[in-house]
Design a protein around this ligand. Structure first.
Ligand code: NAG
Ligand code: NAG
Ligand code: NAG
Ligand code: NAG
Length: 503
């Protein structure tokens, strides 16, 4: 017996050694940085089950079974908390991988430190154009959800297809997370490269009463109106446009809503007020650009699991829209992508500490995600597929996808529900009526300086913006903005300027 045991052990060792060198055995410390507050579609409660699902899938796959992911969560909110959580880690307890943050400003500070520490960052957010220049500050950032710039390619394709030349951009800038600002920045960047002339109106629905009719009077002269705002504001704008008879012949209306599938589509015009009928008629001219959602058989199981977890966390699930959003899919796929890259890097004799090599191994790669193929470009940004959704039956208010844009091959697909007349301009957009209350140079110059600073080096954008079409909002905003500026705005400006100095 006593000599039998060592014999067993040596046989076992001989059998196991070859296996051990080829299998992937490692402990991976993962730091997940997401907000705890469920008002965010990417709150930890929503995304966490997706990460767990991916961990389970990897455990069950032979090639990755030896990987143990120790996931630690940090409540990142959308401010600086994520950065502090990261820098509070001692050198020997730094994570091997950071997932998140989603919010632009949080992502920007975290990614800089993580890049400096050679830690890969994968986020389903950080969608702003400023992150496109990866070197040197964002060298370790991989973006697993399609960025705003990729979304804007959809507009380039549509404008090219229909031969439109002018656009008017209306967006809601909360001066905080600034999602619509960054969304429009992408659209502006792509359309200007493509020599589409653009004008703007900006509003801030958090801080001021919005004057939809005032804004709509400035869209005269532009063929295409592109909006990004809260669902209620979009409805007010569409009502104003419809009342001025701008919807049918002379303008094409687009709304951008990438993530929140409850805010577009069937019934999105309905508020159970006296304007519902009018709103339904107005919405029959509204096109919504959103992410193309694909599914495959494996997705069903994922979707059921996610819904179960959401229910357990008391997160309401809407009935006729998908409860699984892009952030859940994205962070799920992020873990798979990391595992694939780690395996490749280790096969070259490197380790999990070779952050930059792992990051580069994730880039320029196509793999099978939970909802379909995920393809990352050579810059580490996911190629996006987008849909244009539109009301196809004005009686019932039913919505359908009428066009798709595939970022991987740049192709544009017209679906059976499509009608040419919806995208035909029958009359030339009338010129803008003269506005007697025009603000004069003083006002636009002052605001130009303030916001020029906020926009940092996206100065061109600010320039167009304030010179031309800022009258309506400027007048009401200037006073209050000037009072604010001494307090928090100054800090904000500095942080933005440096964040996007590469934009
Ligand atoms: C979550 O965010 C919303 C909106 O920003 C806020 O009203 C609410 O108080 C927050 N909830 C918690 C628990 O912090
Ligand atoms: C999504 O849209 C719906 C409908 O407009 C809105 O009630 C909800 O607050 C939105 N959710 C988020 C997270 O923005
Ligand atoms: C991306 O990958 C393809 C083949 O998979 C290769 O031909 C190409 O050179 C790569 N591009 C870059 C920039 O690495
Ligand atoms: C582009 O890619 C999409 C999806 O990957 C595919 O369905 C479509 O046929 C492709 N189009 C062309 C022209 O290759």
């Amino acid at each position: 017996m006593s000599c039998f045991m060592p014999l067993c052990l040596s046989i076992w060792a001989v059998l196991m050694v070859p296996g051990r060198t080829s299998a992937l055995n490692d402990n991976i410390e993962v730091m997940v940085m997401l907000p705890r507050n469920n008002t965010y579609l990417f709150s930890y409660t929503r995304v966490f089950p997706a990460i767990e699902y991916a961990k389970k899938a990897l455990r069950e796959a032979d090639a990755y079974a030896g990987l143990r992911f120790n996931v630690r969560f940090e409540n990142s909110a959308c401010g600086m908390d994520a950065l502090y959580a990261l820098v509070d880690r001692q050198k020997d307890e730094r994570p091997d991988l950071v997932l998140g943050p989603v919010c632009e400003y949080a992502a920007s500070s975290v990614t800089r430190v993580a890049s400096h520490w050679n830690i890969p960052v994968i986020s389903a957010g950080a969608l702003a154009t400023g992150f496109n220049s990866k070197t040197p500050e964002y060298s370790h950032l991989t973006r697993i959800a399609p960025t705003y710039l990729k979304m804007a390619e959809t507009f380039q394709a549509i404008f090219g297809h229909f031969g439109w030349r002018t656009a008017y951009l209306i967006y809601d800038d909360d001066k905080d997370e600034r999602n619509c600002y960054f969304t429009m920045e992408g659209v502006f960047t792509v359309l200007s490269e493509y020599h589409i002339s653009t004008d703007f109106a900006v509003l801030n629905s958090n801080e001021e009463r919005v004057d939809p009719d005032g804004i709509i009077t400035s869209v005269y002269g532009s063929e295409v109106v592109i909006m990004c705002s809260k669902a209620d504001i979009v409805r007010d704008l569409m009502l104003a446009a419809h009342r001025r008879k701008l919807t049918s012949d002379s303008h094409i209306f687009f709304n951008i809503e990438l993530f929140n599938s409850s805010s577009y589509g069937d019934g999105s015009w309905r508020r159970r007020d006296k304007y519902d009928d009018e709103a339904r008629a107005a919405y029959s001219f509204l096109n919504t650009v959103t992410l193309l959602r694909s599914t495959k058989p494996e997705f069903e199981d994922f979707s059921i699991e996610m819904k179960k977890s959401l229910q357990q966390s008391n997160i309401p699930i809407c009935e006729d829209c998908s409860a699984v959003n892009m952030f859940m899919e994205g962070f799920h796929d992020a873990l798979l992508l990391y595992a694939i890259a780690l395996r490749e890097v280790k096969s070259k004799g490197l380790t999990k500490k070779n952050g930059l090599e792992i990051t580069h191994s994730m880039w320029n790669r196509t793999f099978e995600g939970i909802a379909g193929q995920v393809s990352l470009d050579a810059n580490g940004d996911r190629n996006g597929d987008f849909s244009v959704v539109r009301m196809t039956d004005p009686e019932s208010g039913k919505h359908e996808t009428v066009m798709n844009y595939f970022g991987t091959n740049g192709s544009f697909q017209i679906l059976p529900g499509f009608k040419r007349e919806w995208f035909s301009l029958r009359t030339i957009p009338p010129p803008k009526p003269l506005d007697p209350s025009s603000g004069g140079l003083g006002v636009s110059a002052v605001t130009g300086i303030i916001v020029g600073g906020i926009l940092g080096t996206a100065l061109l954008l600010a320039f167009y913006f304030f010179r031309k079409n800022y009258r309506i909002t400027i007048e009401r905003r200037t006073l209050r903005e000037e009072c604010d500026i001494g307090k928090h705005r100054q800090l904000r400006e500095d942080s933005i300027r440096s964040n996007f100095s590469a934009a």
